[in-house]
Design a binder for this molecule. Sequence first.
Ligand code: 5GP
Length: 159
Amino acid sequence: MMIDGRRGGLEAIRKRTPRYDVRMSDSIFSKIIRGEIPAQRVYEDDAVIAIMDINPLAEGHCLVIPKEPAETMADLSDAAAAAVGRVLPRIVRAVQKVTGVGACHVLQNNGPEAGQEVMHVHFHVIPKPQGGGLSAAWNPMTVEPERIADTGRKIARLV
Ligand code: 5GP
């Protein structure tokens, strides 16, 4: 399956994607996928590439990118998501072996408000060495259990 836009272009991808409001991008990552700009590739198959991040948060910071140019996770097809999911554990294991750091984050930002700068779905694999790597605040809210359950039921109806 060819899903990076080289054959048929973005319009063809939109037509065969089983959602009617998907957003497809032509970002810096599409240019890397097409080989128009260089990147240090660590993995590639028909549906996925993984590259070294040019501004790493830690040594070994990689990006795992579906070739399908969906802007966010909500736009990604099941097939492209499955392809990325198959590759991620392999990248994590390789990064851990090379860096010698056993802890890592697999991070995926959706939307500028969530820190997404490149509007093409990608997963960060970021080693967490002692005193380095990603620092993010985790501020849990206190929410009534019934409200959590109610929201969960609403989400479940739409999945
Ligand atoms: P985001 O903030 O969108 O989740 O992450 C985008 C990531 O892409 C950043 O970590 C940034 O360093 C990386 N990045 C941006 N442009 C390039 C590029 O041209 N090449 C590579 N290899 N990484 C890039």
